[in-house]
Design a protein around this ligand. Structure first.
Ligand SMILES: *Cc1c(COP(=O)(O)O)cnc(C)c1O
Length: 386
């Protein structure tokens, strides 16, 4: 299967060979397409907002194959994928179960926007199927999880979700951004809808914002209907860059998996570090589940330098290789302090209760030489502790 995925990354998605004997698909910079005088139903018209033009379809088909899904759809951002897909599944009066530890933008959508449309959202422990069982009711339509949570890299009960959802007639939905299809083929594992911020690992070069949906054909079709209404389709130039970025997904993520685990182990042994979170470490609370459910542990880690927030701040000043910036998934390593960035809007007490301390540092590991990253972190920790 690894070979097959690598092959798909290079060659899958096109409907036929590119025109003019080109090796690479061109950018079809055309808003609309000819109907040749025949009557075409509205949904079948090709139009950029409909997400059904050649560049957009190439992304959708490729992601579907990678995830083991029936169909896929490109969107203008990860949040467009999430909002469009959810509004294809949910309507007024419905109830959604979602894990507590959610990406910030998703949390805002679920706890602010959806309730304003009369959709009730209940946050549950993603690792505890008994809690799902206790919360499910007749209006419940879906369960929403993230394969790897931010920034503590917790792994929900992924293996239990598809069966639980089938039993209760719910759609199983997962945001697979952190794991990528290289580390988790979520549709193949039974999820009905798989969502991505393609801004992160799928594109991998920190130079565009995009999203994607893959899943059961009827649910992707419902999402495509909502996409036409909501307008979050992906521009052809961004499709081209995303398709190019995805060719190297396997190489990048394989390297990031290896380097992040090595750095996590080295930080765990470092006297100047109090705690390290990485699902590949035996000390991680979800290590066994991660080893069972994932083909790789991913390129993210987080840690608390001894000495708290002051040392963490000095560490971000002292590093030379990683770039200090939010977001993740690019070829360059990124460091950020979630309490000051991704989780700044969360009340401090709630944040601390969730284990996200002010001194926590999150690292998106890039593809730089591991020796260089390790030496830089060690040196920066020494300087920050002085
Ligand atoms: C970044 C991110 C999103 C949102 O994606 P955008 O492309 O910024 O809209 C959603 N989910 C997760 C897990 C993310 O990391």
């Amino acid at each position: 299967m690894r070979d097959e995925l690598e092959h798909l990354l290079l060659h899958e998605g096109r409907e036929g060979p590119p025109p003019e004997d080109a090796v690479v698909s061109p950018i079809f910079q055309s808003a609309m397409y000819r109907t040749r005088g025949v009557d075409v139903e509205e949904g079948a018209l090709r139009y950029l907002r409909y997400g059904n033009t050649p560049d957009q379809r190439e992304i959708g088909r490729l992601l579907a194959k990678l995830e083991g899904a029936e169909d896929g759809l490109a969107t203008s951002s990860g949040m467009a994928a999430i909002s469009t897909a959810l509004l294809g599944v949910l309507s007024e009066g419905d109830h959604l179960l979602a894990q507590e530890a959610l990406y910030g933008g998703t949390r805002d959508l679920l706890t602010d926007a959806l309730p304003s449309f009369g959709i009730e959202v209940e946050l549950v422990d993603g690792g505890d199927p008994a809690a799902w069982e206790a919360a499910v009711r007749s209006e419940t339509r879906a369960l929403y999880l993230e394969t790897i949570s931010n920034p503590l890299l917790r792994i929900p009960a992924l293996g239990a979700a598809p069966g639980f959802c089938r039993e209760h007639g719910l759609a199983s939905i997962v945001d697979n951004t952190f794991a990528t299809p290289w580390n988790c083929r979520a549709a193949e594992a039974g999820f009905d809808l798989v969502l991505h911020s393609a801004t992160k690992y799928l594109n991998g070069h920190s130079d565009l914002v995009a999203g994607a949906i893959a899943g059961r054909a009827d649910l992707v079709e419902a999402a495509a209907g909502r996409l036409r209404q909501l307008g979050g389709s992906l521009d052809p130039h961004a499709c081209f860059l995303l398709r190019r970025g995805m060719k190297t997904l396997a190489l990048r993520v394989e390297r990031q998996n290896a380097t992040s685990l090595r750095l996590a182990r080295s930080l765990e042994d470092h006297a100047g570090v109090d705690r390290v979170h990485h699902p590949g470490l035996e000390s991680h609370p979800d290590h066994d589940r991660a080893a069972r459910e994932l083909a790789g542990f991913g390129g993210m880690l987080s840690f608390e330098p001894a000495g708290g927030v002051e040392v963490a701040r000095r560490l971000l000043d002292a590093v030379e290789v990683p770039v200090v910036a939010p977001s993740l998934g690019g070829v360059e390593s990124l460091l950020t302090r979630p309490a000051a960035t991704s989780h700044a809007s969360m009340p401090r007490e709630e944040r601390e209760a969730a284990g996200i301390t002010d001194g926590l540092v999150r690292m998106s590991v890039g593809i730089e030489p591991a020796d260089r990253l390790e030496a830089d972190l060690t040196e920066a920790l020494a300087r920050a502790a002085r």
